[in-house]
Design a binder for this molecule. Sequence first.
Ligand code: MG
Length: 171
Amino acid sequence: MAEKCVFLDRDGVINRERGDYTYKVEDFEIIKGVFEALKVLKNRRYLIIVITNQAGISRGIFTRKDMKECHLYMQKQLDYMIDDLFYCPYHPDQTASLGRKPDSLLFERAMAKYHIDHAASWMAGDKERDLIPAKKTGLKTILISNDMESDYADYNAPDLITAAKEIINKP
Ligand SMILES: [Mg+2]
């Protein structure tokens, strides 16, 4: 049976956007309301899959091990509610990658792996580059922002808990 899923960007949606790479556990600050938001979505049987650009890896700023420590911390803080996480380590200065948002390869891989029902699924991100691949792959989109607007956003919400409540109230 096809699954419904809420895809999430990481930085600026789950953890606070620092305006710089976040690769140390001590800098990994989970945004207020995210735990409750995931709970709301899990209760409605959505898969939760994170899709994140982590180009600092190919730029040599941090290692996969650093990133994985942050993700283990994230999972522990969030009661392991994230079902899967796909990341793109490449930066266009070094290696072009179709996995890097705004390209859609990681979405397509996740959709194939979990038999995701595109029309019943969503993407929440804080940048237009999160929403572009989502639209391309047939997802509904929510822009998490207080001040930004985007032609690629079906809905806007200031944070993930507001977005989660919007999602469960849509048909
Ligand atoms: Mg972001």
